[in-house]
Write a protein of this length. Sequence first.
Length: 206
Amino acid sequence: MPSKPIDTSPYTVEYPTLTPPIAWPDIFGDDHPVELEIGSGKGLFLTNAATANPGHNFFGIEMAKKYAHKAAERVAKQGLANVRVLPGDALLFMAKYVPPASLRAAHVYFPDPWWKARHKKRRVFAEPLVLDLERALEPGGDLHVVTDVEEYFGVIRALMATHPRFKIQPEPVVRTPEHENDYLTNFERKYRIEGRPIYRSHYRLG
Ligand SMILES: C[S@@+](CC[C@H](N)C(=O)[O-])C[C@H]1O[C@@H](n2cnc3c(N)ncnc32)[C@H](O)[C@@H]1O
């Protein structure tokens, strides 16, 4: 018998329903601190983080509709009332929809590296995003960035050094996973199993 479709609508936010600038309490129904993830993929970070921090709200933005739907399904299956997923472009959301000083934290995990020189301008982690993060994070807010691409990591570090309000923090302690969901994200799981080096940065806005 085919399995019953999961209703993801309570956990999904669609661009046409939003008017910029948004008010987070309208989205979540409370005024808990908000953490935003750019490029959520299949949503492993969202579900793990929302379960571990029920007093925070988590907003994931994922450009690929298929993955955004998978992430929302994962959230719906776990009934996590403190998560929403927006299918669409996170750069547009950051530039136009997020109110200033309204985010407790932002997470960018394994952003697409766009290897070819002529495609590098498509990278998400670039000057416009950093300017938007500087505006959107509250003072003392955290930015977490992780990549497996050493060259991209160097570019990110150099770019962040030109934004002195972001103070680099000690590297996070990485735990040994005890089960298959005990990873930061799906890409982290894949790359750690492959034994690839992973580069992590944590910044705090002064
Ligand atoms: C390499 S995957 C990593 C996914 C997830 N963070 C993980 O670690 O498993 C990068 C993701 O970012 C998404 N992405 C790329 N550009 C984006 C944008 N401008 N807005 C939202 N998502 C974006 C892609 O669709 C893709 O799912």
